[in-house]
Each structure stands twice: as C-alpha cells, then as structure tokens.
Design a protein around this ligand. Structure first.
Ligand SMILES: *Cc1c(COP(=O)(O)O)cnc(C)c1O
Length: 467
C-alpha cells in the first residue's frame, strides 16, 4: 500500500530543470561597452563573433547541449576497437530498441546519413517530398540532381496562426505530387519530425500514419528525418487524442513503426556533441549504404564516430525520452514565449520544440525588407544583451541565382535553445532583453551589405548599419 501525501492538494506547479549541476563552465563574454567594437569587427555579422564575446548563445541547438554524468561515465569506459567494439553493439541495441529498425549504420552527423541514403536512391528527375526539407537534406538531394519538394500544410506557413501540428504534411498535395510525377520518380517520401525549417513544429501521429499509408500504397519507402523525434513524441502526448497516458518511448516506437527507415543527427535528440545514424529495414539497400559508408565514413561498426561518441549517443537517446526532461524542455521554450506574448512581442505561435521565432517584419515595420529587419534585430539583441540569435530572412534567402534581390517570405529571428544548458534565470534574462528592445523598437535601424559571397552569403557577409 502506498501512503497518501497529506500535501497533494497544494498542487505545486513550477516545472524545474530536472537535474542538478555538478560541473560548471563560467561564461566568458564581452561586456556591454565592449560589444559595439566586437560587432563592428565581426562585420555586423554574429556568425563572425567569437563565442567568448557572447553571453547567451542561441545560434543553434545542434551539438551544443550538456552531457550527463552517465554519458561521461560511458565515454570513459568506451571501447575504441576498430571492428566490433562493444560500444558499437550498445549503440546498435539502443537504436534498434527505440526505432525497431533492422540495420543501424553509424555516421559522423545527420548530413552524412542523408548523403549515403540519397546517393543510393536519388537521381536526376526524381522528386523527394517532405513536410519541409532541412537545408542539408535539400542540398544533398539537389546535389544529386533530384528535386526536394516541401509540402507542409498551409497553416504551417502562417507565423501567428495557432494549430497543434503545424509540421504536418499536406496529404492531398502528397498524393497529387506522386500522381503527377509518377511513383517511379519518387524514390522516397520523407517526414521531418519536428519540422525544423518550419519553426520546430510537430507532426501528429495521424499525419505520420496517413503519409506512410499513401507512400506504401504506391510502393514507395517512407522515412523519417528523426532529429527531434523525442520532442515530437512529447507534443503528440500533450496534444493528440489517445496519447496522454503513453510514455514518450511508446509514442516514439509507434512513430518509427510506420517508417521503413530514418536519418538522424545525434546532435539534436541524441543529446550528444557529434554523431548520427541511418537506420533502415531493406537488406539490399542497407548493403549498398554500408559499401558507401566504408568509402566516406568508416568501418560499419564505427561509421564516423569514436567509440566514446557511440557511448554518448547510446545513453543520450534514452535520456532524450525521459518524461521529466521533455516536460522541462518543451515548457521552458513555451515559458519564454508566454512572457514575450504578454509583452506584445510578435512571435511565431505556438512555440516549437527547440526554438522560438520572433516575427521581425511585424516588430519592425519601419525597416523595409531590403534593409534587413531580422538581421537588424539580431544585432540589436547582441548589443543590448550579448544574446546571439540567427536571422532567417532576406540576408539568408534574398539573393536570387541571377544576383538580384527578392525579399524572403518571412523575416524571422530564431532563438534556438541548447539542451540542458541554460537555466530559468537565463531564460528570464533573454525575455527581459527582448521586451526592453521591443519597447524601444523604433530605435533599431536597418543594414546594408558591404561584402558578400556568391552563395550562402549569411555565414560570411559583412554589413554596415544605416545612418
Ligand atoms: C541538424 C539537422 C540535420 C543535419 O544534421 P547534422 O548533424 O547537422 O549534419 C538534418 N535534418 C534536420 C531536421 C536537422 O535539424
């Protein structure tokens, strides 16, 4: 018999970081008076700042999370054998347990898994549908001469519209695409969970099931880009009828059960600093993939990873599915979102699993697209608070192949949150910086580009403030 807690009725609601901190890393950063010079020297491009000039780094959630004591312990006890290392078998058993897939192929990152998969199935003229391809996925497909087609539902393209599963693929357009280009020209249907390019928005189980059924009806394999499978599972638990009492692990297992394979970056829900894998059921395709793996990554029992990376990933994949962790993870981003909404800051709603997006076009209507409002807001965030975010707007997407400029569809500022790295006071600080800037938003001025590379210019461009 369990004893009843006499204080159950107090209903304590605060969701805390479900870990204690046993090892700390002091933040080296540029003080407020040093930041104008630091930003000037970086060409007004936060990608060119040194990390020790940044106070809170929200550039990406990729590979930037904190490892657990369990992960460090596993890493110290790793097996670095070239072939047949026990660390590999631990990793393989974990991935098989979570995904149910037969063949587990380790790679150094998610993009290596994509490259190996697509090299074996994509060719010129092929079309690969997805809710929204992540940029490395798109680049790998286009590199092989195939087309990467995004078919997210219309709600997924409207920043302020609230919908529980804005990452869903448009099932009618998926069927129409297969009918129009012909099933023989669609080597694979993919779904990205959560939809990173669309704001970290989740995909429902019903949508995964239906997309899988459509692909299989035409004899086409169905794969998940599973980078944030655990965050997606948590959203299903919270928002989809019939899943409230299931564990994230059961939900993840069901998500994978509809797929024939997946690509994965261990730097996201693998809770690791590096790593990834390709997993699939098809014996012949797995053999071809392993052949290419040996050529470009390494022997099949380590792929692109050290034994200690395999250990970190094997342990991290389970940790990502821990309900206390996921509750805190998703809630912390929702928490900062609520603060911003209360202050009137226009953000993409609802908040996603790993990131929060500010709608800079709505916030800074006085800055036209050709003066890069989202870029201007990123620089203001740095100057005001030492916070590093990333522009997803007209600097990133505005340059056309012929060299002309066209405004991007949206002017967004993305704040991506590393896993288990920042505490609630860091979040409060970020919210304070944003709301303080919002109150004085008319002071923020636009930028012009001084120098740019011909492609992917946002990484290296140098800009100058107007006025
Ligand atoms: C990060 C990411 C990738 C690529 O993984 P890397 O480990 O960075 O190579 C692929 N798809 C999605 C959705 C991602 O977020």
């Amino acid at each position: 018999m369990t004893l009843k807690n006499p204080y159950d009725d107090l209903a304590i609601k605060t969701i805390i970081e479900p870990f204690q901190i046993r090892s700390v890393q002091p933040i080296q950063y540029a003080k407020a008076h040093e930041r104008p010079q630091a930003l000037h020297d970086a060409g007004y491009n936060v990608f060119l700042l040194r990390s020790d000039q940044v106070l809170i780094d929200l550039l990406t959630d990729s590979g930037t999370g904190a490892l657990s004591a369990q992960q460090w312990a596993g890493m110290i006890a790793s097996d670095e054998a070239y072939a047949g290392a026990s660390s590999f078998y631990r990793f393989e058993a974990t991935v098989r347990d979570i995904t149910g897939f037969k063949h587990i192929i380790p790679t150094h990152q998610g993009r290596a898994a994509e490259h190996i998969l697509f090299s074996n199935i994509a060719r010129k003229g092929a079309v690969i549908p997805n809710n929204a391809h992540f940029d490395t996925t798109r680049a790998n497909i286009e590199y092989l001469g195939a087309e990467a087609r995004d078919l997210v539902i219309a709600e997924g393209r409207q920043p302020q519209l609230i919908h529980p599963f804005k990452g869903n693929i448009d099932l009618d357009r998926l069927r129409e695409t297969i009918e129009t280009v012909g099933a023989a020209n669609v080597p694979l249907v993919m779904l990205t969970v959560t939809n990173n390019s669309g704001g970290g928005q989740p995909v429902s189980m019903a949508n995964i099931r239906a997309a899988s059924a459509i692909a299989h009806e035409y004899g086409i394999p169905f794969f998940l880009d599973a980078c944030r499978f655990a965050e997606n599972a948590w959203f299903i638990k919270l928002r989809e009828e019939g899943y409230a009492d299931k564990t994230p692990r059961e939900i993840a297992r069901e998500m994978f059960s509809y797929a024939d394979g997946c690509t994965m970056s261990g730097k996201k829900d693998g809770m690791s600093n590096i790593g990834g894998f390709l997993a699939l059921n098809d014996d012949a395709l797995a053999q071809q993939c392993r052949n290419l793996l040996i050529l470009t990554e390494g022997f099949p029992t380590y792929g692109g990873m050290a034994g200690y990376d395999l250990e970190a990933l094997a342990i991290g994949l389970y940790e990502a599915l821990d309900p206390d962790y996921l509750r805190y993870r998703i809630r912390s981003i929702e928490y900062i979102g609520e603060k911003l909404v209360a202050a009137g800051v226009p953000i993409m709603q609802p908040t996603g699993g790993h990131a929060l997006y500010i709608d800079a076009r709505a916030m800074l209507p006085h800055i036209p697209a050709h003066e890069y409002p989202a870029w201007a807001l990123v620089n203001a965030l740095y100057l005001a608070g030492g916070v590093r975010a990333v522009e997803i707007g007209s600097v990133m997407f505005g340059r056309q192949p012929d060299g002309s400029e066209k405004p991007a569809a949206m002017e967004l500022v993305r704040l991506a949150f590393p896993r288990r790295t920042y505490t609630q006071s860091h979040f409060d600080y970020v919210a304070e910086v944003i709301t303080a800037l919002f109150a004085r938003r008319e002071r923020i001025k636009g930028y012009r580009i001084v120098w740019q590379a011909p492609v992917l210019r946002h990484f290296t461009a140098r800009l100058a403030p107007l006025d």
